[in-house]
Design a protein around this ligand. Structure first.
Ligand code: APR
Length: 245
């Protein structure tokens, strides 16, 4: 409890917080993580299902996983941790959320400045003409996969597959926010996927205080984290909001 109080004081004094989030913040929204026992990559080998060359080779196979993922995302609601970040933005403490998640839950929770580093699963994009359309529930009943009306190519969710580049605008914005924050929250990420995992190191090298929330320790914990909260993000973040009120 004392550490929470200390962190709330730091936020009050320094303001200018940026949150870097991963799959752990959406666990209580009903979306499983990627790694670990219940993780998506336990059931689907990412080389076979999440690499852009797999999608290009066999979109029908990859769409079996994408359909399952979309169903879970459609059912999900923001967690208490998402809501707390939205509150912190409204209160003027949180400047931006940089998320690796593609579930769109930070937007649904009401955050305005959200950088979606790995894209958004609620949109579809044509790999050829780059045209975008909303990924609505009725797409789930299109077999074997939805096609671009203009090019007839298999549409893919507007997310970054392995082997694809991070959207340049997201990368530039994320780097700027990371450089300029006074406090960086690292929430629910294993910190093993690059270049996303570089972001907290950028903040640290520019003098930010690093506050990490995770049920387990990560590569950040012993290297750059100043305050580590071991447990669910949804149990700590609302507490911090309460203390700042
Ligand atoms: N609160 C906080 N952290 C949690 C919680 C929780 N309730 N539940 C799980 N976690 C933590 C886990 O301990 C783990 O460290 O969330 C982390 C999830 O890690 P990953 O599954 O690796 O997810 P993430 O770090 O977001 O993955 C990064 O990998 O496959 C790609 O593109 C995908 O964006 C994703 C990227």
């Amino acid at each position: 409890m004392d550490t929470i109080k200390k962190v709330a004081e730091i936020i009050k004094e320094k303001k200018n917080v940026v949150a870097f989030t991963g799959a752990g913040i959406s666990v209580e929204s009903g979306i499983p993580t990627f790694r670990g026992a219940q993780g998506l990559w336990e059931r689907y080998d990412p080389d076979e299902y999440a690499h852009i060359s797999s999608f290009n080779r066999n979109p029908e196979k990859v769409w079996m996983m994408l359909r399952e993922m979309a169903q879970v995302i459609f059912e999900a609601k923001p967690s208490a941790a998402h809501e707390a970040l939205s509150e912190l933005e409204k209160m003027g403490y949180l400047r931006a959320v940089i998320t690796q998640n593609v579930d769109g839950l930070h937007h649904l929770a009401g955050n305005k400045n959200v950088i979606e580093y790995h894209g958004n699963h609620r949109w579809l994009v044509c790999p050829l003409c780059r045209g975008k359309t909303p990924f609505t529930k009725d797409v789930l009943s299109i077999f074997p996969y939805p096609r671009c009306e203009t090019c007839q190519r298999a549409l893919k969710p507007d997310v970054v597959f392995f082997g694809e580049n991070i959207p340049i605008e997201a990368m530039i914005r994320a780097n700027e926010e990371a450089k300029n924050c006074n406090v960086m929250f690292i929430i629910g990420t294993s910190g093993v996927v690059y270049p996303a995992a570089e972001i907290p190191y950028i903040s640290k090298s520019h003098g930010a205080i690093i506050v990490e929330f995770n049920v387990e320790r990560t590569p950040f914990t012993n290297s750059i984290t100043d305050y580590f909260f071991a447990g669910s993000a949804s149990s700590f973040l609302p507490e911090i909001v309460k203390m700042l009120r």
